[in-house]
Design a protein. Structure first.
Lengths: 275, 275
């Protein structure tokens, strides 16, 4: 999906919500456990309940790999079920030497037909570039993650005094245009958002950490939104597990709707230029 | 596998060779393409030809994921075929927020029963710790990778003047004992080996980059070996693709044997203490 198509989707649906499809068997509503593939049934009902309220879906690979080959099949079915109406992100945090990253790109962009994949920056340019060889496909590079351990290396000042996550953003911006490159910036670091926007004024930011992890949507949006919106805000657990009964999908919808309604208002901050 | 068991295996087999099981369909000997699962057949014959010459096998996940759910099944079959006689490494370079890393740990240590998984350090402590919750299982943390892009971030001096890869090693050594923690150090950086050994005198190092990528086994071993051997040296392409005919496995064996014979001599440098 191109940047233009993504931006249009956002302003049509009045939403920059990304729903994280991270189902754990142990947390599923009990009545789903009778299905042959409970995770797929759960995903299907969550997707049906949220399609018009979000612009992106983001399955995290760990949740599928924990189930082995069967989980990988569930992921394939889920991705096919979403179809072309949404921006799809494989939250895989991959990255390897060049020829190997090329195979990851093949896995996510050809075999599974995702629009984007999250990539870890540690191995540098040739671990990232193979993903950029696919026109219309995106790299979403980890810059500042939402977890506590982000403090271990990401904030450490480099020789020029800038923290590592800014160096990652600056280097990566020399590898790719904003048409193919987003950054992961955790909602749990509101103080760093302005610095990220200065380093990457035009790039989309994928923002996890709203909801269960505690980030505040409004204040993040005020510092993160740009003229093209420029943000995808992910919520997983707060939507997926809003209910645990037979009405879990309806509860999930209510939660997603509350977020979408807030986003509808916040999008007015973008001064979107339709031309 | 415990560190003691691994060390004993190394000195029994007189080898610290790890064979990377990274088969690409397009590079397989043509006669294998008639099999129902050509990659598994290839792996099986490579394993049969090298079992007594190596102590570890390391499938890189990208090569399997590129084939989708089918590839994941090939990986499960390959891992089962190796059995308990070797140290098995899932070269996955994973890492995510705590609860998600826990699911990756489940995928590789429970579902697939690997002994070790490679992990990327960028997300810090809570992305690594869930893998350490499995006694007898190992984290192999990326420190200094073999690729050209390693120059982008890994060598950058931090505020104390040390390069990032040394900071990664020092921090990680505060998270885990050498009984569960190895480091990836590329054979393409011989000048950095001594610094790595100073920062991690007791840890095993997993060393990719010998063979196709150009690293020299003898000089690396001279600076990397410690009393317990402390190294696993990986070769993939140079062994897997030593031949491309019906005798590919025999050619692979000859290549592995040449490495093992060199390692047999080099192990005398360890002054191994059997007590």
């Amino acid at each position: 999906m191109t940047r233009k198509a993504l931006t249009e989707l956002i302003f049509e649906r009045r939403s920059y919500l990304c729903v994280g499809l991270d189902a754990e068997i142990s947390k599923l509503p009990p009545h789903l456990l009778h299905y042959e593939d409970p995770v797929f049934e759960f995903n299907k009902q969550i997707i049906d309940a949220t399609r018009d309220l979000c612009v992106a879906y983001k399955p995290n690979l760990a949740f599928y790999e924990a189930l082995g080959a069967q989980g990988w099949q569930t992921l394939e079915k889920t991705q096919a079920y979403i179809g072309q109406s949404h921006f799809t992100i494989a939250d895989a945090k991959r990255g390897d030497i060049g020829n190997t990253s090329g195979l990851y790109a093949k896995a996510f962009f050809e075999t599974l037909n995702f629009d984007a994949v999250t990539v870890a920056p540690y191995m540098g340019s040739d671990s990232v570039l193979p993903f950029l060889a696919y026109p219309g496909k995106w790299v979403i590079l980890l810059a500042l993650t939402s977890n506590k351990g982000s403090g271990d290396f990401q904030f450490t000042p480099q020789e020029d005094g800038q923290p590592l996550f800014i160096k990652v953003i600056e280097k990566a911006c020399s590898w790719a245009l904003p048409e193919q490159l987003m950054f992961v910036v955790g909602a749990t670091h509101p103080d760093a958002f302005a610095a990220v926007r200065r380093a990457a004024p035009s790039n989309f930011l994928l923002v996890p950490g709203v909801g269960a992890q505690g980030g505040d949507l409004e204040s993040l949006s005020r510092s993160g939104l740009n003229a093209d919106c420029g943000m995808l805000v992910n919520a997983s657990r707060s939507i997926l597990y809003a209910g645990n009964g037979e009405d879990f999908a309806e509860k999930a919808r209510q939660e997603a709707l509350a977020i979408q309604q807030q986003m509808d208002k916040l999008l007015d901050l973008c001064q979107f230029n339709n031309s």
